[in-house]
Every structure is written in structure tokens, then in C-alpha cells.
Design a protein around this ligand. Sequence first.
Ligand code: T1G
Length: 703
Amino acid sequence: MSEAVSYELQDEIGVISVNNPPVNALAQIVREGILRSLELAQEDDSKAIVLCCEGRTFIAGADITEFGKPPREPGLPKVLSAIENSSKPVVAAIHGTALGGGFEVALACHYRCAIKSAKVGLPEVKLGLLPGAGGTQRVPRIAGVKAALDMITSGNPVAVPKAHNMGLIDALLDGDDLLSASVRYAMGLIESGAPLKRIRDINIDSKELEPDFFENARKKLARRARGQIAQDRIVSCIEAAVELPIDEGLERERELFLELVSSPESAAMRHIFFAERQAAKIKDLPKDAALRPINKVAVIGGGTMGGGIAMCFANVGIPVVLLEVNDEALDRGLGIIRKNYNITVQKGKLPENQMEQRISLISGTTNYEDIADVDMVIEAVFENVDLKKEIFGKLDSVCKQGAILATNTSYQDVDIISEATARPQDVVGMHFFSPANVMKLLEVVRGEKTSDDVLATVMQIGKKIRKVCALSRVCYGFIGNRMLGGYGREAQMLLLDGCTPSQVDSALEGFGMAMGPLAMGDLAGLDVGYKAREARTDLPDDPKLYRMGTLLVEMGRHGQKTGSGFYKYDPETRKRVADPEVEDRIIEEANKLGIERRAVSDDEILARCFYPLINEGAKILEEGIAQRASDIDVVYIYGYAFPVAKGGPMHYADAVGLKNVYDKICEFRDRYGEEYWSPAPLLKQLAEEGKSFAEWDKERSGS
Ligand code: T1G
């Protein structure tokens, strides 16, 4: 065995117990321990073997930290073969989440039993991988081809009762003592003379498949997973399961797994897996920072953001009081919430009774006295700093001591807002992204005086409401919006240089962005950016700057909401259509500005739009606004739909090479001026040292 795996005889049952916190990942010591235990069990008096885990979960997968390193024996296939070829029945006893290689271990067992609260799944696709230890060959054999394809290409966990109905689990166990129940179940198998049931011996019934089933599956999946390749390879594996004997199917699966595990897409997605978890950790915060209990929340402002934020808390069972200035606004706000829930119910994503239960957790008031007892307040009113200061003054006088006072501002100075109270240590930024009940990113903004336990509590409650949190210090736009400035600026500059809106957006959508910046501007409303620019005093006085965005607003073309912006929009389908009038106007404006338009390559479009992001990200790091480059990647993946298969702007910069990025920025500086293209000192330094952002992070994480 090994220190991570123990083996002991309990009556006639050999019990293999894995103990590799925190999630019993299949590290080399675990694989070795299971193999050794199986060898012992073949020789002793046991009549059956139970494989279980200590701690909070059954094996949650291969050890992702081992990928990208030289493989170490024994490999997982060898362990699974030993399980499957055991002379005695091996029973997997599942609790928590049996995922990835963990569930594949269970599938190699002869029987699987589980407690009802457990889940099973094959989430490899979320790491740009595929189940590389038989999952694509065994699941179709017991759950059918279509169910297998859905389960493996979605990567979503399946609750055990449903998995039992699918044939993936043989027995549901009652009671809390999993080990005793699973030992009893194993004894039952022996007494009933149950055979050594091996999934590999089941033939797949593919009669129900229409002729071009796999081709159609590939086309549908390609539309859904921008820039990702794992889905296509999963289809090939399941096709092999239908067409080949299992050993050849396993070989095909292994071949495609090895292709994926060495792909840049998977490296990017594994980077984000760990980056997301790192981002939730605040470097200088003591690990045992006390948490304030959050049992009741108030949201100030029942607009789109406030309503969405209220839903986030109701969705996890936390009562919310929505406060508005008058009954009419309050009714409108509560109406927005009900409408949003109804949409989710109509999409079949939420049962009606759950909607009513969640809505019942959201109450409304126009009276500040009614929120005196809440544990957390999130202000979500207009982006007007005076209004916010007035509200925080009221909160300071009404809310109980210890209540956390958060602002959802997207760029106002949290320190200035906190000065409106006598408790700046309780004030923090919680910047949600619209729609707040959908977007996963939560920028947590740390004021100069925000206390450690407030930060720790907000990080914890952020995870509880299923957000991905990233910490930002105070600056204009925090991390995401501050970086976005250059991205939007260059998208419009490129129009004057020679591009059409479609060319700019298509280049970026071809890279994997969900929507190009100009179409995104039309969606958000060009007047929003126009007003924000009007309020700023720090923008250069440059007639080229946001020229077309400004002109379109002045022409009344605010975007989708007025039927036209950079594009025209079909009133029925809201599909964007190129508008010759806009394209002619761009040429006219370029001529007025004396710009000689030219052909612009997609590569230049990508560099002109993404390198300002990267350059600003480097400045954000050296100013200490963000803790890590990987935090910035998390912000862009979860807040701005940057393609996860590219790993975020900083990971992408590392892939391009920081010297290449730096040299190109210098070239743009020489062509377009220092105003917009001043290379960040940190970028220059790393480029000259031949280092990456990942190395910069590592040097500062101590890991
Ligand atoms: N390998 C290594 N570390 C892991 C890990 C894994 N598989 N899963 C989690 N961790 C670490 C994580 O980084 C964090 O570390 C700590 O455990 C707690 O995780 C061959 C190839 C199981 C649902 O994709 O989905 O098997 O930050 O914060 O919220 O076909 O972890 O504390 O230092 O997420 O309670 C497939 C990934 C792998 C499952 C628990 N398996 N993990 O969630 O805790 S590929 C997965 C999860 C594979 C085979 C293929 C979740 C969880 P730290 P956490 P949680």
C-alpha cells in the first residue's frame, strides 16, 4: 500500500480505503496503493473487495497537477485492468463527487453503490480533455450512446439517483455509515452468488442511432464550444466504442487523450481551473481570518443589477430585502425578478415550485429601518458618487454594527464612498457583472481601510452564491473595465485605418470572443460609453478617439435599442447586418482626418485589440491592483467571455511570448504615438528577462 491507501479485512470483505486529501485525487501514491491492495486481496481470505475513500468525497479525478509532467508508474489503465480482472468482485462505495478518473475507477469495478446525495461525472471536457481511462468506452455500454455523449461532452455531474436510473450505479445506500452499508452490500453479492459483472463484456446497442448521428453531434458541438477541440475527440471516442471491440476502443481513446493532454487548449483550461481557485485566496490575509455570519442581506436599488444581485442570494436560500425609493420603483424591481425567474422556468432550467420558494425569500421595502438587522447590504444604484455617498451615510446610521456595507459600483472610488460612513473598515466593493444572476465574475474591491474579516467573508459568500471572485484594489475601472479601455479604443481606431465593423468583430469572434467589441457596444448601448466619456476629464483631446462611436450616438444610432449602431438590426431576429451607410461614413471621417486607409490583417486586429489589454494588465500588476496575472485571466474569462481555450489575456500573452508582445507594442507606439502605446515597465522587464507572467506569479506566490 502507501500512506494514501490502506487495506484491511473486515470479516470476509477486503476494504481498500483511499485517503489523499483534499479530494482523493489519483496521484501516483494512490494508484500504487490501490494496485498493491488489490494484489494482497487476491491472495487473502476475502470473498469480495470494497473500494472506498475517507474525507469528503470519493476519488474526484486524476491529479491534474501531474499533467504536463513525465508520467509515473503505475499508470491508471494498469490499475483499472487489475480491478476489472480481479478474481473477486470489486465494489466501489461512492460518496461526495466521483469524477473523472475517479468515476472511471468505479466503472472498472464490478459493482457500484452510492449514497443518494453523491454525484458522479466525467468533467474532463472542462479541462480540454476527455475521459482517458475507459469512460468513453464503458458509459455507452451501460447508459447508451446518446446519454453517454450528453454526459461526457457536457461534463456536468449526475446526481446518484439519476445515475442509478441510467444504470451507472447498481445500488443506492441508506444511512450515513457508507462503509458498513457498502460492506453489507458486498456481503449480499457474495450470498447471492453475484457474478463478476464487467462492463467491457456488454455489447452496445446502436440501432437507435440515426445514420448521421455522430456527424450531426460534431456540428452541434462545434457551434457551442468556441475554439475547443475536446468535444470533437469525445465524439470520435464514442464512435469507436460503437464500431470497435473494447480493447481497440480503449486504444483509440488513449491516443486521443494523449493528443488533448498536450494541446494548448487543455493547458489553457487547466490553467484557469487552478487560477480560479487561486483568485479566491488573498495573499496577505491570515488563513484563519474570522468570517462574519451572513444570514440576511439587503440590496439597495431594484434595477436590472439590483434585481439580479437579489436573485443570487435567494438562489442559495439567503433571505433578501430589496429597498427602493418608492412603491412604484419597488414593484417594478420585484417584477423584474419574477420575470427573470419565469424565463428560467420556461427554459426548463428551474421547477416552478423552486421559483416560488426563491421569490418568497425576497421581500421589498422603501424604509431603511427595515434593513437595520441585515448582515450585509449591497448598494446597486446609479453610478453617481454623490448618490452613493448619501446612501452609505444612511446605511451607517441605520445598519447594525458589524454589517458589511458593499457597493456594486463598476468604477467609482470605494474609499471615497467609505468616507461617508464612520465604519470604513466595513465598506467593500462587490462588482457584479450584468446580468448579475447569470455572469459568474465578482470583482471584490478592497478599500484602503477594508478589514481582513470583511474581505474573507465576501470571498466566502461570493463562492456560496456561486461566483468566481477576484480581488482588486481601488482604481478607475478596477481590473476588467480598466483594461477594456484600450480594447474598445483600438476597435474603433481600426475602422478609420481601413476595417469595416464586420471585419473587426469577425477577427475577434474567430479568435473565440463570444461577441466582437463593436457588436458588444451596440448591445450595451453606444450612448452608455458616450456618457461615460463625457464625464471623464482624463481622455486625450484626439479627434480620432472613439470618433465613430461618438458620431453614431449623435446620429441617434445607439445600437440594438434603436435598431442601429455600428450595424443595422433585424427587428424580428435582432440579427446584425452590415450597414453601407456606416461604412461610407467611416471612409468620409477617415478622409476628413487625413488618414490613408489601408488593408488591415486579422493578425493586426487581434494585436491592436488584445495587446492594450495585456499592457494595461501589466500596469495593474505592477501597481498592485491585482494580486496575480492569473487573477486577471480569471476576470476576463468569467467577466468578459474571453475564450477559456486561450486561458485569458495574460496566459495568451505568455503563449505569444512577452518579447513578441513588447516588440509589437513598441512598433505601434512608433506608428500611433506614446499616448496610447506606452509599454508597461513590467512588460518591458519580463520581455528583456525572457520571463512569462506565469513565472512572475510563481515568484510571488512562494509556490
Ligand atoms: N487534481 C488536483 N487537485 C485538485 C483536483 C484534481 N483533480 N480537484 C480539486 N483539486 C484541488 C483544488 O485545486 C483545490 O486546491 C482543492 O483540491 C479543493 O478543490 C484520467 C484525465 C472535486 C468538485 O476535473 O471539480 O480525471 O486551492 O476548491 O469546491 O480521465 O475540486 O485547496 O490548494 O474545487 O469542494 C477530472 C476537478 C480530472 C474534478 C470539489 N476531475 N475538481 O470542489 O473544492 S482529469 C475533475 C472539482 C481526469 C481521467 C481524467 C472540484 C470538486 P487548493 P475545490 P470544491
